[in-house]
Design a protein around this ligand. Structure first.
Ligand SMILES: C[S@@+](CC[C@H](N)C(=O)[O-])C[C@H]1O[C@@H](n2cnc3c(N)ncnc32)[C@H](O)[C@@H]1O
Length: 419
């Protein structure tokens, strides 16, 4: 399908930054991309796709033949399941495309992308995008085909896009790098936030690293799903969900922003089975002074059973509102104070298992702790205790069909040689 550039109005063209994105395909999937004029990917690059908007420029990298096809333009915003049956449902993060004139294919894609420092999660804009477009508008195959009207038209449309990009003087509203999902059970985030907008308030005591929530919602929800945070503090969950195109409801006993609803997490005003994911970064005891509200669970010591009894009420409510099969992530840390260790994480895990089926446990590196200073490191060595270096992210799932069998499953392990 060859189209002209007059689909977007002139004012629309002027009011948005043009960004460029790379899609990948293989020999077995390329034809479907081009006949449907639809590009798709799985969850891995879902966060990239949902940031694409109509008018952005796209390129198709065939990994098997090592070529790059272009130039395409998005005719819709990136979305989820635009065509649920495409690629038998394997690539549900999709965007519709049109071709700018006739398609041009460039060889040695891997080398070119490497030279330009382009990966699938580093969107292009400004000079780098123009440089890539140069390859397409100056392609030898194109000069050979100067007599071909389609080729001439491609060149004209690409030049028009380059002009649009060069003339842009507004803000750059795309992240330089879109975070890729964590693959192991050890997560370490140097910064509290990601992207160009704040997520929560990094001055809020006990604020959650935003990439924890980002990873959870990308693993356990789809765009449009409802995520609830019953103890949402400075609102990190709400901000991450907004950016990642999920719906969110955030409650706190002591709201600090107008979009957070005042509520006690032990009684959540939502219907049974109505929520797609719950995230909770609860108090870990009474080590942080969040507020003086009488119902603040953060005023109860984690050395007392009452602390776990109260949090169990939050677990039971979270279980009630979650839909069958849906996940809950609970962030929690242990305590060591005045010569006594309290395994808060294990205690919370035990209580959670009364309601939920375990999915996994992630070890999250503790950064930015006020005790992570030279004098404290010295004290820890001298007085023989450890500073808290990690938190647990306990992931569980609501299910009525919990595995009860204690019989070991038969597993065929592959034993790899040690390198
Ligand atoms: C670790 S903080 C949450 C941080 C939050 N995720 C953020 O990124 O800003 C724990 C929160 O639990 C809230 N809280 C304590 N008791 C509560 C209760 N009974 N109901 C609802 N929220 C409560 C506190 O006010 C505090 O904001």
């Amino acid at each position: 399908m060859v189209v002209s550039s007059d689909k977007l109005t002139d004012s629309e063209k002027r009011t948005q930054l043009v960004r460029g994105f790379i899609f990948a395909c293989g020999e077995s999937t390329e034809a479907e991309c081009l006949t449907r004029m639809l590009f798709g990917t799985d969850r891995t690059y879902g966060p990239v796709v949902i940031r694409i908007r109509e008018g952005d420029l796209l390129f198709l990298n065939n990994l098997d033949t090592d070529n790059l096809q272009g130039v395409f333009r998005a005719t819709t915003d990136g979305g989820f399941n635009i065509e649920p049956k495409a690629w038998k449902g394997r690539y549900p993060y999709q965007v519709r495309v049109e071709s700018l004139g006739s398609q041009i294919t460039i060889d040695n894609a891997a080398r070119i992308l490497k030279r330009f420092g382009i990966t699938r999660n580093t969107p292009l804009h400004s000079k780098r995008l123009v440089a890539l477009l140069d390859l397409f508008s100056e392609s030898p195959s194109l000069t050979d085909l100067m007599a071909d009207f389609d080729a001439m038209e491609s060149r004209r449309l690409i030049l028009e896009e380059k002009e649009r990009i060069n003339n842009w003087s507004g803000p750059i509203d795309i992240d330089e790098e879109i975070p890729i999902l964590e693959a192991t059970t050890f997560w370490d985030f140097p910064r509290q936030s990601y992207g160009s907008t704040p997520k929560g308030d990094n001055k809020y005591a006990g604020v959650t690293p935003a990439l924890i929530i980002y990873n959870l919602i990308w693993r356990y929800t789809a765009p449009g799903d409802l995520v609830v945070d019953p103890m949402c503090g400075s609102g990190t969950t709400i901000d991450v969900c907004k950016e990642e195109k999920r719906k969110a409801i955030g409650y706190d006993i002591n709201p600090v922003r107008p979009d957070i609803i005042q509520n006690d997490a032990r009684k959540i005003p939502l219907e049974n089975d109505s929520v797609d994911m719950v995230f909770i970064d609860s108090p870990y005891g009474d080590n942080v002074r969040y507020n003086d509200h009488p119902d603040n669970i953060g005023n109860i010591s984690s050395e007392s059973e009452k602390f776990y009894d109260e949090l169990e009420k939050v677990m039971s409510e979270s279980h009630r509102i979650l839909k069958e099969g849906k996940a809950l992530g609970w962030l929690i840390g242990d305590q060591w104070v005045k010569q006594r260790f309290t395994p808060v994480g294990f205690m919370i895990y035990n209580r959670l298992c009364k309601y939920f089926e375990p999915v996994d446990i992630i070890c999250v590196s503790r950064r930015g702790q006020s005790s992570h200073t030279g004098p404290w490191f010295n004290r820890a060595r001298r007085f023989n205790f450890y500073l808290r270096g990690f938190k647990y992210l306990i992931i569980v799932r609501k299910t009525t069909q919990r595995a009860t069998s204690s019989e070991a499953r038969k597993i065929e392990w592959t034993y790899y040689k040690r390198r």
